[in-house]
Design a protein around this ligand. Structure first.
Ligand code: IPD
Ligand code: CA
Length: 271
């Protein structure tokens, strides 16, 4: 079994290389290659190229591991480890030239299901500003090599809270209604457009909290570990771990104030 540090080195290496491809392709000009779950859910050639690079590099380094990627889907392994990959998180930002997108690479132990997996290592790379977030289970979280720690817990009314919206218009409307219940109780809200970076922003103290419903496993696998290793509390719906149903990440004291409000707001929304 490789150490978490060895796994992190692989995650970091492939995420950096894929980030460089994405940045270069963006400079060359981006076009939508296809739409997915809805007309606004897009994939570019760069998403595919970045994921292919990551997938082949990982299969060369770790041939017995499984793979779960946003663009190329899953592939079972025999080692008990699976790489969970978002080649470009924040694809719409990428398409519009907003410099908040990232490559997210994590490796998990167990079934590739956020409700049961254990994340061993993860890297989130923003190739535009060169910020590299890393974490390994029990090894702490780092930004460009500097140890990350969440800020002291903020009071709810002073909390800057990040969130996101899905690609389905009806889901987005429900998410907006939930936001209406929360926005008057906190300092303000940010919708940055890349879940992996939202979670890293909690780790780095640039957001006090973040929540979202509807994330895919690759959106949060690496970022949730980075937030947790920086000292944030990360949870899901009710007592369950973070999953598509809900992810909430916050400074521990703030989590205790915010999470009950978020749980109550989502209680009427039957999945
Ligand atoms: C999306 C982003 C966005 C979040 C969406 C995700 P993508 O991922 O992380 O911030 O609100 O739920 O689907 O499509 O840009 O990889
Ligand atoms: Ca994503």
């Amino acid at each position: 079994m490789p150490s978490n540090a060895e796994l992190l080195a692989i995650a970091l290496n492939v995420a950096r290389r894929a980030g460089e491809v994405a940045r270069q392709r963006r400079a060359d000009g981006v076009e939508v290659a296809a739409t997915k779950s809805s007309l606004v859910d897009i994939v570019t050639q760069a998403d595919r190229e970045a994921e292919n690079l990551i997938r082949s590099a990982i299969s060369a380094a770790r041939p017995n591991d499984g793979f779960l990627g946003e663009e190329s889907g899953g592939g079972e392994g025999t080692s008990g480890l699976t790489w969970v990959v978002d080649p470009i998180d924040g694809t719409v930002n990428y398409f519009y030239g907003i410099p908040s997108y990232a490559v997210s690479v994590a490796v998990v132990e167990g079934d590739p299901d956020p409700l049961t997996w254990r994340t061993l290592a993860g890297a989130v790379v923003n190739p535009v500003n060169g910020e590299i977030y890393t974490a390994s289970a029990g090894g702490g979280a780092h930004l460009n090599g500097e140890r990350l720690r969440v800020k002291e817990s903020t009071d709810l009314e002073l909390a800057l809270v990040g969130t996101g919206f899905g690609y389905d218009a009806q889901v987005r409307e429900k998410q907006a209604r939930i936001l209406v219940e929360l926005i008057g109780k906190v300092r303000d809200v940010r919708r940055i457009g890349a879940a992996s970076l939202d979670l890293c922003n909690v780790a780095a103290g640039r957001l006090d909290a973040y929540y979202e419903r509807g994330l895919n496993p690759w959106d949060h696998a690496a970022g949730a570990l980075i937030a947790r290793e920086a000292g944030a509390t990360v949870g899901g719906l009710g007592d369950a771990p973070a999953s598509a149903a809900l992810i909430v990440a916050a400074q521990p004291g703030l989590y205790a104030q915010l999470d009950p409000l978020i749980q109550a707001a989502f209680a009427d929304w039957v999945l």
